[in-house]
Design a protein around this ligand. Structure first.
Ligand code: R5P
Length: 316
């Protein structure tokens, strides 16, 4: 029986993934050590924090050959340490095939040295994870200067899923006929995918970033007067990117501006900044737990995990 592991603070999304795994089609061609019983179960990694801040982790004493750890890597620093402890321990306890299901994958934006000596964190975090796991499943990783997830996390089984089609459906149901707008060039990959999925019109802005909270967004040459516009991006962190785009759109005569993102990081005053800029509704996928979550990724993740574990899943 394959086992899904999670930490107590992510038991709710892990249970949603487990429920989605249970309704996935039974693997038709299951082979290998788990063929006798393909049903997943869930166990929680017990965590104790010592007074000095170190973790003590406790996994189930005996693990089956197939194990997946669910850990979404927002607020990533402590979680990366947990994973670097839990992954080798899982192998010692019996896991022979080990996946990481990380709906949000951190450190992907630091993908080049902008000044000499700057650490290219994407490369190093990617190598750590590739050394610890046999496979990775994530959603809309911020891949800008590399084409594939495997270039950032060098694993034979590195799956980058996209929430764009799911967000597109949610947007089309709530704002039919809206213009989809990406706030920067990097968002083109998600915006065009979403627009194609929902048959919507799409355009992309240009962005210049001067600092963490200092961005300038230039709108595309497009008449937005009277239009409902939905800004779509992979993530919102400080919210400044989306807020700049929204303010520009409303100044240019847009009837409404709503926001959809895969990863709702929304740090500190981000939501207040969005509201001040005139943003109406905010919708997100549930890779990062947030009141704006409107789309469940569990079915998408479950299908990918079954494919990864069983090679192929019978769909008929
Ligand atoms: C980077 O290009 C990403 O796609 C987002 O646009 C960016 O991370 C958003 O950051 P913030 O919300 O802090 O402006």
């Amino acid at each position: 029986m394959p086992l899904l592991l999670c930490c107590d603070d992510e038991q709710a999304p892990a249970e949603r993934l487990l429920a989605a795994l249970q309704v996935q089609p039974t693997p038709g061609q299951a082979t290998g050590p788990d063929a006798a019983d393909a049903r997943w179960s869930l166990a929680v990694i017990e965590r104790h924090r010592f007074p000095d801040g170190e973790w003590r982790l406790r996994l189930p004493a005996h693990l089956p050959p197939t194990v997946a750890i669910y850990r979404s890597l927002h607020q990533p620093n402590e979680k990366l340490v947990e994973l670097l402890l839990a992954a080798p321990a899982a192998r010692e306890l019996g896991a022979r095939r080990l996946w990481l299901v990380a709906p949000y994958l951190a450190y992907m934006r630091q993908d080049m040295a902008f000044v000499p000596g700057e650490v290219v964190s994407q490369r190093h975090v990617g190598r750590w994870l590739a050394a610890a796991f046999d496979g990775l499943i994530t959603v809309d990783p911020h891949l800008h200067r590399v084409a594939t997830l495997a270039e950032a996390v060098p694993l034979a089984d590195a799956q980058a899923l996209s929430a764009a089609p799911l967000l597109a459906q949610a947007i089309a149901a709530r704002r039919p006929g809206a213009l989809l707008l990406g706030p920067d060039e990097e968002s083109a990959q998600w915006v065009h995918q979403a627009a194609a999925a929902a048959g919507m019109e799409a355009a992309v802005c240009r962005k210049v970033r001067r600092g963490d909270r200092d961005v300038q967004v230039e709108l595309p040459a497009l008449d937005v007067r009277g239009r409902a516009v939905v800004i779509l991006d992979d993530m919102a962190s400080t919210g400044r990117t989306v807020a700049q785009a929204a303010a520009g759109l409303l100044a240019a005569g847009a009837a409404s501006v709503d926001v959809a993102v895969t990863h709702a990081l929304f740090v500190s005053d981000a939501l207040a900044v969005l509201r001040s800029a005139g943003v109406g509704e905010v919708w997100s996928a549930d890779s990062v737990p947030h009141p704006s979550n409107a789309v469940s990724l569990a079915p998408l993740l479950a299908a990918a995990l079954q494919r990864a574990v069983w090679g192929s899943v019978r769909t008929g």
